[in-house]
Design a protein around this ligand. Structure first.
Ligand code: 6PG
Length: 481
């Protein structure tokens, strides 16, 4: 029997599609799944070059040496369980790759533990959803450098290709580096998704645009500076009509956003490292707020909120008559600028966190290389990344994207529209918290004297914490009373 090049554990949608991707690239794959039926289904659909296995020893025995096994299972305890069962079956120099959204600290712990047993371990952040897994995801790696050498040809072969032909797959350093980069990727994903949703809310609630027109606007935006995967799919989403009701499907979906843990980890990590990651944290909080559906419904009734679903139809229609086409065009272009600026700030915050993490954990996190790996295959791929790559190539050590000439060029042209959108949203009560938070961050970051002098005075007043002065060296304390 031919031995396989690689083993794959976990045939849920991501695992199955990655296995198919490897097969397409000419690799021989052995598959294993806890529920054997999935292995049978996979074999029925894909007989050639696949070995179906029904136990971990069978999987391990079916592989060439040194063995490479990709784990595509739910992050958390399940990964530790599988590792514990695999280790006794493996030899020194064999490689395990965790392709799930694992917490980077778990990956650090696992790399160390497996390293002691002579087993190589890689934490792989794999982005791109089902389609990416099948056609080429973006792959962010950390862990054993020998493991990377061993798996690089395979991982490069299955990853997405950027427009210049480079594989969107890179190794960023020891232990948890890859999963850390993926965690930040997901944080940016959350912020951008929420900002897009805010634009939709404004288009729907303030500009009274029907779903079809909203979809058309996103499709138009995708041809310009906002060009990105998330804008593209948003355009598609608005064109889907529900077969039964004849209504746009998106309008029938419950407004309660769920989440796994990556956005939360990114926000918590920013708090731990002291990095302002306000856009991403805000986006996480809005998902939590959205989950309070019952409370929100009660509050909307209690306050007789004018933004209650379907309220008040007549007046809205009257108001709608006043929105002329030219006004709408201006509003749409303001909105486009606000969203683009928010997108820039979200990336800026994400890269600032990565910069701090590189120092904290001793990883080589080259921003330009990370941006390069995000150019294709992943959920946050966007035209903006080309500008980010160039900017970081010129100033690789910049502490923040906003300190780079490229963004000094772009951002001032966006602020008028951005401010108008936020003013409108505040005035009309159609909240746009991520776009507003981005503007707050921008304004504060560009201020060389913040009102935090008062915060220091207050701290000193009630807690004798002391303060520094701008006109004298040293630490001061005042008896304020
Ligand atoms: C990706 C995504 C993916 C993520 C889902 C859902 O890069 O392909 O980030 O890894 O798990 O998009 O994430 P949430 O459930 O947290 O929204």
């Amino acid at each position: 029997m031919h031995k396989s090049d690689v083993g794959l554990v976990g045939l849920a949608v991501m695992g199955r599609n990655l296995a198919l991707n490897m097969l397409t690239k000419g690799y021989r794959v052995s598959v294993y799944n806890r529920t054997p039926g999935r292995v049978d289904d996979f074999l029925r659909a894909q007989g050639n070059n696949v070995t179906g296995t029904y136990s971990l020893p069978e999987l391990v025995n079916s592989l060439k040496t040194p063995k490479i096994i990709l784990l595509m299972i739910r992050a958390g305890e399940a990964v530790d369980n599988i590792i514990d069962r695999l280790v006794p079956l493996l030899n020194k120099g064999d490689l395990l790759i965790d392709g799930g959204n694992s917490f980077f600290r778990d990956t650090i712990r696992r790399t160390q533990a497996l390293g002691k047993a002579g087993i190589l371990f890689l934490g792989a952040g794999i982005s791109g959803g089902e389609e990416g897994a099948l056609k080429g995801p973006s792959i962010m790696l950390g862990g054993s450098s020998c493991g990377w050498e061993q798996a690089a040809p395979l991982l490069r072969a299955i990853s997405a290709r950027a427009p210049d032909g480079t594989a969107c797959c890179a190794y960023f350093g020891s232990d948890g580096a890859g999963h850390y980069v993926k965690m930040v990727h997901n944080g940016i994903e959350y912020a951008f998704m929420q900002a897009i949703a805010e634009c939709y809310f404004i288009m729907k609630r303030l500009l009274k645009m029907p779903a079809e027109k909203i979809g058309h606007t996103f499709t138009q935006w995708n041809r310009g500076k906002l060009s990105s995967y998330l804008i593209e799919i948003t355009g598609h989403i608005f064109s889907r009509i529900d077969g039964e009701s004849g209504k746009p499907l998106v309008e029938l979906i419950l407004d309660l956003a769920e989440q796994n843990d990556t956005g939360k980890w990114a926000a918590a990590e920013a708090l731990n490292l002291g990095v302002p990651l306000s856009n991403i944290a805000e986006a996480v909080f809005i998902r939590y707020l959205s989950a309070l559906k019952e409370e929100r419904t009660a509050a909307a009734r209690l306050f007789n909120s004018p933004l209650r679903e379907g309220f008040p139809k007549k007046e809205d229609e009257e108001k709608n008559k006043d929105i002329k086409d030219e006004d709408e065009e201006t509003n749409i272009s303001d909105l486009e600028n606000a969203l683009y600026a928010t997108m820039i700030i979200s990336y800026a915050q994400g890269f600032a966190l990565l910069g701090k993490a590189a120092l904290q954990y001793g990883w080589y996190l080259n921003a330009s290389e990370i941006a390069s790996v995000w150019r294709a295959g992943c959920i946050i791929r966007a035209r903006l990344l080309d500008t980010i790559i160039d900017a970081y190539q010129i100033k690789p050590k910049a502490k923040n994207m906003l300190l780079m000439p490229a963004f000094k060029e772009i951002l001032p042209g966006l602020t008028t529209g951005w401010r108008k959108v936020i003013c409108l949203s505040v005035q009309e009560g159609v909240a746009a918290p991520v776009m507003a938070s981005a503007l707050g961050y921008f304004d504060m970051y560009l201020t060389d004297y913040l009102p935090t002098n008062l915060v220091q005075a207050q701290r000193d007043y009630f807690g004798s914490h002391g303060y520094k002065r701008i006109d004298q060296e040293g630490l001061f304390h005042t008896r304020w009373l």
